[in-house]
Write a protein that binds this ligand. Structure first.
Ligand SMILES: Cc1ncc(COP(=O)(O)O)c(C=O)c1O
Length: 455
């Protein structure tokens, strides 16, 4: 769909007046001619209201795993809408059962029972409540403390917000937060907080720090550790290979639960169906959202291992008292089933692995030319680069250098939608082609060259 400028101007004016655009100032958006309005998409690309087509190099927010414009998903949702669109209390629907079974089949180990939600924050909030109630059910009611990692993000709602600790999402406006949450270092090999260690030794240092916190707090009071297999806010932090197995061991040693927040990493993003499969670890609870429907419709889940869900089975008193109205909505679950079918049928997990390697190869080629690329990292199509003033000191450019503005606008002029900056996440849809990756890399080359000309 293309439109005339007056319609666009009216819509944009209305957006600036009536819409809360995440983290943006209306005045700055007005000055920059934002927000742009997208009207259609296909594969890795979106088309805006003016008819311009761009590659979405971030899969929106790491979620368009199967890409845009999959009519099959729209058809599955439509057909479900014609059949039944909600369920009277105490009943359920066919696709809701089928997706619960499917998740049990494709997740590792005995992760086998799903509580459905409308998104990632609710999935983590649900996990927090399941964990608190679980320890009450099994006679360990003093396990009420949660540990997560510095630099992580787990969502916007009260509990999930308290678990997060990312400088990109300051929490001071919302204090006081959920008590009994503690943050430990996570292994970021590019920016270790202790120098001179091998990557593995640094991961072990992070495990020891976590253990010390547990001991200081009394390990019998620790309920769970929440962690993303690969963490996004500081740019695709891939932990050394020993980290996740050691985290699993640590939780087992002290009897607390391990939650893998797979909201981004689930459904093929890292080159495996789930991120923890990169290290053969089975968490006690896995939280998912985003890629579960590739963003065609809101949905999430907290998936529990059998010993956890079994604690809620037996009598009325054991029941988990927790409801999310739209959790397990039949239209969402029908869309999710089709989405997962496409991921499997089109080998998108494998494509994520192969194209991810190809993308990083291209980015490392850029690093040769542009010394300001301090680091290239990632797994599958969950990638990031860090841009630094000096690769030795790893110091970032000051805001006055306008790095983000110059790179982002240059990329957009070259047909790539990507919010670039000191830390630039790059995560195109899992159906991305080699040509599209070449295009992303070449556009970054042009944008970096333009920025370098200003310094
Ligand atoms: C790792 C992680 N967990 C949880 C969330 C929250 O998900 P939502 O925004 O769907 O509530 C996000 C969102 O980006 C995320 O990246």
């Amino acid at each position: 769909m293309t439109t005339n400028n007056s319609e666009f101007n009216e819509l944009q004016k209305s957006a600036l007046e009536h819409l809360w655009v995440y983290g943006k100032q209306p005045s700055q958006m007005a000055e920059a001619g934002e927000p742009n309005i997208v009207t259609s998409g296909s594969g890795s690309t979106v088309t805006d209201i003016h008819g311009n087509t761009y590659i979405d190099a971030m899969s929106a927010l790491w979620l368009k795993n199967v890409g845009y414009g999959r009519k099959e998903i729209a058809d599955a949702a439509y057909e479900q809408m014609l059949e039944i669109t909600y369920m009277p209390s105490g009943t359920t629907t066919k696709p809701t059962i089928q997706i619960a079974q499917k998740l049990s089949e494709i997740t590792p180990g005995d992760l086998s029972r799903s509580f459905f939600t409308s998104g990632g924050s609710e999935s983590n909030e649900t996990a927090i409540k399941i964990i608190k109630a679980y320890f009450k059910r099994i006679g360990e009611p003093i396990r009420t403390k949660f540990i997560s990692r510095i630099g992580s993000y787990h969502g916007a709602t009260a509990g999930a917000l308290a678990l997060g600790s990312s400088p990109n999402f300051p929490k001071t406006d919302y204090e006081p937060l959920m008590p009994n949450t503690f943050h430990v270092p996570q292994p970021n090999p590019y920016r270790p907080i202790v120098q001179g260690l091998s990557d593995e030794a640094y991961a072990e240092f992070c495990i020891t720090s976590t253990e010390e916190l547990m001991k200081a707090q009394n390990p019998d009071t620790i309920a769970a550790v929440f962690a993303e297999p690969i963490s996004s806010p500081m740019g695709a932090i891939v932990p050394p290979a020993n980290y996740w197995p050691r985290l699993r061991e640590l939780c087992d040693k002290y009897g607390c639960l391990l939650v893998a927040d797979e909201v981004i990493t689930g459904f093929g993003r890292t080159g495996k169906m789930f991120g923890v499969e990169n290290w053969n670890v089975v968490p006690d609870i896995m939280t998912v959202a985003k890629g579960i429907t590739s963003g065609y419709i809101p949905m999430g889940a907290a998936i529990t291992r059998k010993h956890i869900s079994d604690a809620f089975i037996g009598n009325d008193k054991a029941t988990l008292q927790h409801i999310i109205t739209f959790g397990g909505h039949p239209v969402a679950t029908a869309a999710s089933l089709k989405n997962i079918e496409i991921i499997e049928r089109d080998n998108l997990v494998e494509n994520s692995r192969i194209m991810g390697e190809y993308l990083r190869e291209g980015l490392r080629g850029l690093q040769e030319k542009h010394k300001i690329i301090g680091d290239v990292r990632g797994l599958g199509l969950f990638c990031a680069i860090e841009i630094v003033k000096d690769p030795d000191t790893k110091e970032y450019f000051d805001e006055s250098a306008n790095l983000s503005k110059i790179l982002t606008s240059q990329l957009s002029e070259n047909g790539i939608l990507l919010r670039a900056g000191n830390i630039t996440n790059i995560a195109p849809p899992l159906c991305v082609t080699k040509d599209e990756i070449n295009n992303i890399v070449e556009s970054l080359n042009i944008a970096l060259t333009a920025f370098e000309a200003t310094i």
